[in-house]
Ligand binder design. Sequence first.
Ligand code: UDP
Length: 445
Amino acid sequence: MPAPRPFRTGTPRRVATLSVHTSPLDQPGAGDAGGMNVYIVEASRRLAARGIEVDIFTRATSSDLPPVVEMSPGVTVRHVNAGPFEGLGKEELPAQLCAFTAAVLREEAQHEPGFYDVVHSHYWLSGQVGWLARDRWSVPLIHTAHTLAKVKNEALAAGDRPEPRARVIGEEQVVAEADRLIANTDEEARQLVRLYGADPARTLVVPPGVDLDRFSPGGRAAARRAVGMSQDAIVLLFVGRIQPLKAPDVLLHTAARLLADDPALRRRLRVHVVGAPSGSGLDAPEQLQQLATTLGIADVVTFFPPQPPERLADHYRSADVTVVPSHNESFGLVALESQACGTPVVAAAVGGLPTAVRDGVSGVLVAGHDAGDYAAAVRAVLARRELLAAGARRHAARFSWDRTADALVEAYAAAARDMATAPARPARERLLGPLRVLSGVQVAR
Ligand code: UDP
């Protein structure tokens, strides 16, 4: 392994960002596109604004995609051919990681040595690619997990499939190899240490942000007109990919409970569900529609396809409460965006949501998934909505993508400093070194 090459200026010039399974060019809110896509887009833009070029490698999922797309000034998306364009599920992607890695290494090999200063991988599939790229290029590997299989498996919703052991093992390997792990919250950092044996000294908490220009309070009446709803409606909003983990069914049960307790509410109560299917189980909006019919609230529920950010902001502004009843959520950008628009949130007290929502100040956190508890929380928010709306705006203003980008630059620099000062481990030692036991599988290191 060649000697590590420190950044020339203390700030990296160019970052290779890896997003194997989902593209930053995809519309979030469907399939595999969600908060991670938003994170990569927003963080990359801010890094570019600091003079750091970002190349984002993602798998080509259509023959129509050009090999290279300039996403924004200084941010380039590179489409990598790895497996058939269409019809390949996320669970089939581990078999394509060699092809993906080869394409990334070949791209770098076309440039002068030392083209990339850092490799930043997102989700474990990318971490596997980044691990090899880091060894080849002698640059730091920064890894953001976004979700963790062991955490997800501890909080499975009914009908959800557990994450496979291959993913758990792959995550453990990436955690052991990464020079820095970026966690969204203290809770996620603790999970990385407790469940994956991460080194606390290499595990950093970098909260994600929110675009306060895009997600701003604005006029509620105008937003309601834009969304096509009456001014006196009471709107409960769900935004996100429709999957058991996000528990949109809990919101429908909550609405049914509110109507059972106060039938007069039926004239005004509306439930808006924004998003499209993802993953297994509650796959189709039709299944939610069916549940709404079974609960006798079909006339109250409206489904909207995934919305671009400017339209989404109108949905947040026009809602009385956004409900995030997820079984797990590594952060919950939707909760933050809603608050930035001045709409309080009722959320499950899981994962990153207690960080994203300040209980009693910007919304209400609920333990568990009992519809009666959510109905009580919704009523509590409606009773103090103006106060909580002000608290929501204040809380959201504490987060910013600029701060996220600054913290990432610091993490890149700290990892590079470590590499420059630590003696390089020879490649042979890396391959033949002491055997480590990961999940019962012996891995040479
Ligand atoms: N989103 C969107 N349009 C939609 C639904 C969702 O752009 O119709 C975005 C939303 O703005 C948020 C992201 O998708 O930034 C979802 O992130 P979150 O952290 O809430 O959930 P994840 O998808 O990471 O599980």
